[in-house]
Design a protein. Structure first.
Length: 473
C-alpha cells in the first residue's frame, strides 16, 4: 500500500496521464519532499495513523496526494492544529508540512511555541526563499539582494537579514532533532530522505519533536530553468543556510498521555452544557422560504449588532432541532469597519456555510444594502434600517423590500444597541422563519447571565414585530 493515492482526482477527473501528475511547477522541490515523506510513512507502516496538516501556500493541496488523514489549517496555524490532533489522539502521527512564508512569517509564534513544547510531532519546512503561491513576494527567508515582487530592487538592510529557522528552532530546549537538507543533487536528496524518515520515526517512537528544513527550488519565481535553480540553491542559498544537523538529542520515549475521553456527558460537563432540551415552538422546518436550507446575510457597520443577531438566529434554529451555521466576517476595525455574517438554517445539514445569494438580507446601513441587496435572488426578502438608509438602490422587483426604523425604535426604547433585536422582531413578522417564542427563547438564553437586560430586549423584539404588523397582516 502506498501513502500516495493511486490517481490524483484533481487532474482530468483521475483520467489519463494527468491523473498521475501533481500541480507543482516543473522543477519545484515540493514533489521530491512529498515523495520522501510518503516513503517514510510507507517504511514505518504508519499510514493509518498519520495526519498531515497543510496550511496556505504551495502545499495547500497536499491532501489531494496523500492517502492519510488530512486537515487544512489557516495561514501559519498548522502547528496549533497539529497539537490539537496530537493531544486529542495521542497515537496519531502528525506532520506539519509548511512553506517559508507560512511558517517563518505569519506562523512564527505558532511554530516557536509548538517546538518549545516539544510534544512529538514532525515539521517539514520547505524553504525556497520566496512566497511561491501568492505571487513571488519577499519571504522571511529571501536572500539579501534577492529581487521579488515586493522587493524589486532587492532585499536591503531595512528589511533585515534572512530568517534562519533551523538555527532558531535548534536553540530551543525541547526539540529533539533539527536538520537542514537540500534537493539539488542525488547526494543531498538521499540525506533529505533519511532526515525525513528519522523525523517521522522519532515521533512514531514517542521520543520528541523533529524539525526538518528543506532547501527547495522555485524555478517559476526565480525565473530560471530547473537546472539553473538547482545551481542557484547550491551557490546562493548554502552560504546563508548551511546544511547539516543542528541538533540531535538522544531521548527515551516519554509521550504516553492518558487517552482523552469523548464521552458526551463528560464533554457537556466540561463545557457547562445542558442535557435539558430547549423548548420547541415550530411545527416544522420553514419550507415556505426554502425546502431544505434558508440562507441569510446580516450586514452593517461595526457595533450595529449584526453578528449578535446572526448568532441568535443560529441558536434559535439549533434549539428547534435544525442544523445551523453562523460565519462572521469582520472589517478592518471592530468599531466603524464593515461587518457581516452569513447564516444558514437547514432541515438536516448545512453543506455550504457561505451565503453569496441570501434568501433574506438584513441591512443596518446604506453601504450594506447597496453592496448585498443586488445579490438577493428573485422572491427573496430584504429588511433595512430606514432610520439611516435614505436612498434605496434599484433591485429586482420581485424582492420583498421592507424598511423598518430599527435605530429609531431602539432609541425610543432607551437604548440604541437593541436595534438588532428590533430587526429580529421585524424578521419574524416579515418571514415567519420561526415563531416569536423561538427567537425570544434564544435571546433569554443568551442573556441568562444578564437577566436585567431581558425585559428591554423582549420589548425591542415586540416593537420590531409591531412595526411590520400592517404589512404582514
Amino acid at each position: 500500500m502506498s501513502a500516495f493515492y493511486e490517481k490524483f482526482e484533481r487532474h482530468a477527473h483521475g483520467e489519463g496521464l494527468k491523473a498521475h501528475a501533481t500541480h507543482y511547477c516543473p522543477g519545484c522541490g515540493h514533489g521530491l519532499a512529498h515523495k520522501f515523506l510518503a516513503e517514510a510513512i510507507d517504511e514505518l507502516g504508519i499510514q493509518d495513523r498519520t495526519v498531515a496538516i497543510s496550511p496556505v501556500g504551495c502545499s495547500v493541496f497536499l491532501y489531494y496526494y496523500f492517502d492519510v488523514g488530512n486537515s487544512q489549517a489557516a495561514h501559519g496555524r498548522a502547528p496549533a492544529v497539529g497539537l490539537g490532533h496530537k493531544l486529542a489522539n495521542p497515537e496519531s502521527i502528525v506532520v506539519c508540512y509548511q512553506g517559508d512564508g507560512d511558517l517563518a512569517s505569519i506562523g512564527l509564534a505558532e511554530i516557536v511555541w509548538a517546538c518549545q513544547l516539544g510534544i512529538p510531532m514532525t515539521v517539514v519546512f520547505i524553504n525556497n526563499a520566496i512566497y511561491g503561491m501568492t505571487g513571488g513576494q519577499m519571504a522571511p527567508t529571501t536572500l539579501m539582494g534577492q529581487k521579488t515582487s515586493t522587493s524589486p530592487w532587492g532585499r536591503d538592510r531595512l528589511s533585515g537579514p534572512p530568517m534562519k529557522m533551523a538555527e532558531l528552532v535548534a536553540g530551543l530546549e525541547a526539540p529533539l532533532y533539527v536538520e537542514r537538507v537540500a534537493l539539488f543533487d542525488a547526494k543531498q536528496r538521499m540525506r533529505a530522505k533519511k532526515a525525513i524518515l528519522k523525523g517521522m520515526q522519532l515521533q512514531a517512537e514517542g521520543r520528541g519533536l523533529a524539525f526538518i528544513e528543506v532547501l527547495a527550488e522555485c524555478p517559476t519565481h526565480l525565473k530560471m530553468t530547473p537546472q539553473e535553480s538547482e545551481k542557484w540553491v547550491k551557490e546562493q542559498m548554502l552560504p546563508v543556510f548551511p546544511l547539516g544537523v543542528k541538533k540531535d538529542v538522544t531521548a527515551e520515549p516519554w509521550f504516553h498521555p492518558n487517552r482523552p475521553t469523548f464521552d458526551p456527558a463528560k464533554v457537556l460537563e466540561v463545557v457547562e452544557g445542558s442535557v435539558v432540551a430547549a423548548p420547541r415552538f415550530a411545527s416544522g422546518f420553514p419550507a415556505h422560504l426554502h425546502d431544505r436550507d434558508v440562507s441569510l446575510k446580516l450586514a452593517g457597520a461595526g457595533g450595529d449588532g449584526a453578528q449578535t443577531a446572526a448568532m441568535l438566529i443560529a441558536l434559535a434554529a439549533i434549539n428547534e432541532g435544525f442544523d445551523a451555521t453562523h460565519i462572521p466576517s469582520y472589517g478592518p476595525e471592530s468599531r466603524g469597519g464593515t461587518s457581516y455574517a452569513d447564516v444558514h438554517v437547514a432541515a438536516e445539514e448545512v453543506f455550504s456555510t457561505a451565503a453569496p445569494k441570501p434568501d433574506i438580507l438584513i441591512a443596518f446601513n446604506a453601504p450594506s444594502l447597496a453592496k448585498f441587496g443586488p445579490s438577493v435572488p428573485p422572491g427573496g426578502t430584504i429588511l433595512y434600517d430606514s432610520s439611516v438608509v435614505a436612498q434605496v438602490p434599484a433591485l429586482d422587483p420581485t424582492v420583498k423590500l421592507l424598511g423598518v426604523p430599527f435605530t429609531e425604535i431602539a432609541v425610543g426604547l432607551g437604548k440604541a444597541l437593541v436595534k438588532n433585536i428590533v430587526a429580529l422582531g421585524a424578521l419574524q413578522a416579515a418571514t415567519n422563519l420561526f415563531p416569536g417564542e423561538t427567537f425570544l427563547t434564544a435571546v433569554r438564553e443568551a442573556l441568562k447571565e444578564k437577566a436585567r437586560l431581558i425585559p428591554m430586549n423582549e420589548a425591542a423584539f415586540a416593537a420590531g414585530v409591531k412595526a411590520l404588523a400592517p404589512v404582514t397582516m
